[in-house]
Design a protein around this ligand. Sequence first.
Ligand SMILES: Nc1ncnc2c1ncn2[C@@H]1O[C@H](COP(=O)(O)OP(=O)(O)OP(=O)(O)O)[C@@H](O)[C@H]1O
Ligand SMILES: [Mg+2]
Length: 367
Amino acid sequence: MRKLEADRSAGSIAIEGLVKRFGRVHAVDGVSLDIRAGEFLALLGPSGSGKTTILMAIAGFEYPDEGRVLLGGEDITWLPPNRRNLGMVFQRYTLFPHMSVLENIAFPLKMRGVGRAEREERARGALRTVRLEQMGERSPAQLSGGQQQRVAIARAIVYRPRVLLMDEPLSALDKNLREEMQIEIKHLQREIGITVVFVTHDQTEALTMADRIAVLDQGRLQQLGAPRELYEAPQTEFVAGFIGETNFWAGAAAAAAAPGEALGVQLDGGVVMPALAASPVPAGGRVRLALRPERLRIVAGGGEGVPARVTEAIYAGNATTLMLETAGGQTLRLRIPAGTGLPEAAAGEAVTLSWQAADARAFAVRS
Ligand SMILES: Nc1ncnc2c1ncn2[C@@H]1O[C@H](COP(=O)(O)OP(=O)(O)OP(=O)(O)O)[C@@H](O)[C@H]1O
Ligand SMILES: [Mg+2]
């Protein structure tokens, strides 16, 4: 029983107060993060936000200026990479060109002194896991990009590491293959029950694959949560703007509100619309509303709401997007998914907009 518990937590990672500077650049600026054993965690953020640096600190290729990295509860901050026993897959294919696929996969086992027969058997097993069993004798040059990345994954899991670290492993692949591989990697992770830390700057990829996503900006953790949580309840304007599409609209709070409470927000023309406070909002304080295009509604029959004019209607098969402009000059995007039967409108029409409090998040503007 005790062993079972130990095994279960063996793949957990704790990052505590991680700081990494390169000269004057704070690549990582005080990040703390608990990654559960068996979890698929995505590190998501724009270029230069510190994703790779965090991954390198977990792998042992960068040592932090401050903070600690724990693996299964054990402090590994200063342990050399080869003693961490983590699997790694990078963006570029890093297979040895002069070795066959099987030799590539067996290589880490050879380095660990595993005998020939066992190497071969385990390499074939790993190749089966990534569904390339027929391709063991080929050389990497005879494989497609997606197949090469599958071999790289097989090589990274063949010695059964507790954790698999992946840095944008799909970004060199075309869109279709990439989407296929996203699902495949996810299935593989479930199947072998390994902890995965997956770096990407592609929010759709993170939303598709991850159990939880850590959103980073300028070396700081903005929010850690399940995909749905990040999309529906972003805690910062950065997260609201980075995940999914968002309209931002400046207004004034009609009353004070604590985070999670509903409030009225006065928008241009004086109309007061409902919202939920995402941060503490003082009465009369300036706020920015974050509104998802697919949560805005056109009110039929001119009910209560914000008057606006349709400047453009873009039909795209699965949805229609309306570009709108209010009397005060605010531009907004509104999306009507196909087949919902919701009211639509054509370019040039005057409409009234509405939304529910839960669909508008109000962020206090710091002055
Ligand atoms: N070895 C280094 N020397 C100097 N600066 C570095 C070094 N490595 C990273 N940086 C800087 O640290 C910051 C974070 O870099 P990092 O590579 O972690 O970002 P990233 O989120 O992985 O970005 P990308 O999506 O472009 O890969 C950047 O400003 C980068 O220029
Ligand atoms: Mg990077």
